[in-house]
Design a protein around this ligand. Sequence first.
Ligand code: IPM
Ligand code: MG
Length: 352
Amino acid sequence: MYTIVSIPGDGIGPEVVAGALDVLNAISKKHGFEIQVEEHPFGGASYDLHGSMLTDETLEACRNCDAVLLGAVGGPKWENLPHAEKPEAALLKIRRELGLFANLRPAKVYDALLDASTLKPDVVKGTDFVVFRELTGGIYFGQPRGYDENRGWNTMVYERHEVERIARIAFEAAQKRGNVKVTSIDKANVLEVSQFWRNIVHEVHKDFPEIELADMYVDNAAMQIVRNPKQFDVIVTSNLFGDILSDISGMITGSLGMLPSASIGTKHALYEPIHGSAPDIAGQNKANPIATIASVAMMFENSFCMPDVATEIYDAIEQALATGVRTADIAKPGEKSISTTGMTAAIVACLQ
Ligand code: IPM
Ligand code: MG
């Protein structure tokens, strides 16, 4: 039996999480798995109820389950809060408290959606890589930080063990994918912290001699991802660079509404769509649930060690898309679009 804590959060979060839970229930029923889902408040929804974006109760529940499923947090209502009270701060806190040091963001192009990308179909067809973003260190957490009237400052620091563990997990993933290439992305031509990053990645690489390792500067990487995304298999990079590059990678596939993510540590794991809370379409049954549904697939793969079940979910998404159903974000101009619940039902039907 698995216990899952769902923290739907704000905006479209509750709608896309509801879709993902429908898929989770359908697949569990099909295979006879026992799954218990417990919902907890998070983000602005929690702030309005309890005056805190992340209460101790929610954090404790996340610590005591097998996997967390997160929707999205934030919205205009909470935008002007002080820095430390913002929804973003709660997201960083949950990552840090649960020790989720590795953020996996796959960029995989579905053939049915080739023409949804703003890039030419022959550039994006066959793209299938994954970004391993370091998630609990770097400039997001470095001290000192702050600003006054005349200065603003942040600090980018990496400790040896932080680089070692993300590098190792990326090389291991490359092994699993059939000894594919790992590209480590940094700014070692300018930043000492990046030269350090590069040195450590090369040290860890000695344990994986069968895997090719390439270094790339982050500015060049941004250009290469758009120029020829197929050259990448596994990317490993720091927190800030990974934040930026994973959004670029996301657009290769046509819509951020398609992309799942997994944040994993040694004890805990959290799954969430890459997209935000999209307050402009919240509550309208318009959001694309696929990123969250695919996040459930990543949960089966990473937390429950059931890659075959994950494949079943990915296949159902692919089949549903092949029938032509499209939510608004992936529909062509003038094409009829389907609702969040409509897309969910289409995917559930393909699971049977
Ligand atoms: C992401 C988001 C977050 C980040 C924000 C919301 C704090 O952009 O998950 O990529 O920067 O990590
Ligand atoms: Mg981001």
